[in-house]
Design a protein around this ligand. Structure first.
Ligand code: SF4
Ligand code: SF4
Length: 455
């Protein structure tokens, strides 16, 4: 498609040398319209990341992924283990949304929304720019012997990186255990929480390693989503692209708009040359768009030599993103979201499970009656305390509940044992199906079928 400056770019990543050793990417600090927009988006996402588990909606966190208690709160809506099917549809919808988004807008998720890029480019890299300066200053510092200046700068940078990693891990843990539990662990004695502390330090060490050393290799080598670009992108996908029709032939005096200054390469956090065409290492961060726009302004050419465009848009000036694939993905996404919304709206407000008490069979009474013992487990999915009544719908019988009533706190769980006694005359088999009804005042909330055993 374009003239290739380094024939090896499709054979090996730009940050690996011919002998297989890492080449450190010294990216220039981007500046421009797109970088400002990305900074604004990142600030919003960082605020969301920090405060989503802290903000309360009806006394519950806005976001919580409590794996231990199998309780997930997503945008204030609570999902219990029993809602796993609804959650599965939510996850499927999310996956299809990402697929549709990628087919349409390429790897924009990576450059703009992915936590790895946000923390690397908008937090850790900014600290590095602040302490170690420009590309030339950073290169010089890395090559220089351990002078006083180098020791101070490197110590300051890595100390801040370690503190940021610990802070990030704690913010991350909030999503799984909630801010109250996190505070309890932080303020509690180390001997009580040594396992939690070890996990926290382990994750912090991993983050520190990623952001101080591994960096862009997560996106270019490890991330499976990046590897999927080859099958997801097509000629209609809008990606960060070099307009080779306008730019070629390169060079100030050759007629094309590209002056081969390579400033677009100097800002790239993955070290690639966008002029080589679409590459899986491109995270669509838009830094090269900003840098090339600065060059175009200086040489009095229109901006947008590198811009968001599809291959079809560059070749034929067509800009439609709709293809058979995007239409099919949209249709599937609408169906999945429809099913998810329907299931969410129609799920019972109180979820009840009744099982015969393990190890028990039946008891025969002197007055010709049979009794079975059951365990009842209830989850109240509403934001009001529920006082419930259990009735036998299929037969006549007597229910004796341990404790005087069934009272379930808002968003709470309740568990007890009860005995059901039925007259022998009503029994039709040794394993007879019976049906209970769960009522809130006179309103039937749920019907539950179980077996009643008898001699
Ligand atoms: S910054 Fe623009 S002009 Fe300079 S090499 Fe890159 S594409 Fe060409
Ligand atoms: S090629 Fe451009 S958009 Fe892609 S990662 Fe490099 S700087 Fe970002």
């Amino acid at each position: 498609m374009t003239k290739t400056e380094e024939p090896s770019f499709r054979d090996r990543p730009k940050n690996i040398d011919p002998k297989g050793f890492r080449k450190w990417v010294y990216a220039k600090k981007p500046k421009g319209k797109w970088y400002n927009r990305r900074t604004a988006v990142s600030i919003l996402l960082l605020i969301f990341f920090i405060f989503a588990p802290i903000i309360k909606v009806n006394d519950n966190p806005f976001m919580l992924l409590d794996i231990e208690n199998r309780k997930f709160i997503i945008f204030g809506v609570i999902f219990w283990a029993q809602d796993i099917l609804i959650l599965a549809f939510l996850m499927l919808s999310f996956i299809f949304f990402i697929l549709l988004f990628t087919v349409t807008f390429g790897r924009i998720w990576c450059g703009w929304l992915c936590p790895q890029t946000i923390f690397l480019e908008m937090v850790f890299r900014k600290v590095e720019f602040w302490i170690e300066g420009t590309v030339a200053q950073r290169k010089k510092l890395d090559k220089s012997p351990w002078t006083k200046e180098k020791i101070i700068k490197k110590t300051a940078k890595h100390t801040i990186f370690i503190l940021l990693s610990i802070l990030m891990t704690n913010m991350f843990l909030q999503w799984f255990i909630g801010p109250e539990r996190l505070w309890e662990i932080i303020t509690g004695s180390i001997s009580e929480h040594y396992k939690g502390l070890a996990i926290m330090l382990g994750i912090s060490a991993f983050f520190y390693w990623v952001y101080s050393s591994i960096r862009e290799q997560i996106c270019t080598m490890f991330c499976p989503y990046g590897r999927m670009q080859g099958v997801l992108l097509d000629k209609k996908s809008v990606i960060v692209a070099y307009d080779y029709k306008r730019g070629e032939p390169r060079g100030a005096k050759t007629g094309g708009d590209c002056i081969s200054c390579n400033r677009c390469v100097s800002v790239c956090p993955t070290g690639i040359d966008i002029k080589d065409g679409t590459q899986l290492e491109c995270v669509n961060c838009t830094a090269c768009i900003d840098e090339c726009n600065i060059v175009m302004t200086k040489i009095n050419k229109p901006k947008g030599l590198i811009r968001f465009a599809s291959v079809e848009g560059i070749e034929n000036k067509k800009a439609s993103v709709w293809s058979a694939r995007t239409k099919a993905y949209t249709a599937v996404l609408v169906v999945l979201l429809g099913i998810f919304v329907y299931m969410l709206a129609s799920r019972p407000t109180v979820e009840a499970t009744i099982l015969r008490t393990p190890g028990s069979t039946f008891m025969e009474t002197k007055d010709n009656k049979i009794s079975n013992t059951f365990n009842i487990r209830l989850i109240n999915k509403t934001h009001k305390e529920a006082v419930l009544t259990l009735k036998l719908l299929s037969h006549k019988g007597k229910i004796q509940i341990a404790g005087s009533e069934i009272r379930v706190k808002d968003q709470g769980k309740f568990q007890t044992i009860f005995i059901l006694t039925i007259d022998k005359k009503q029994i039709t088999s040794d394993k007879m199906e019976i049906q209970f009804g769960l009522f809130n005042k006179d309103k039937l909330l749920d019907k539950i079928e179980v077996n009643f055993v008898s001699p």
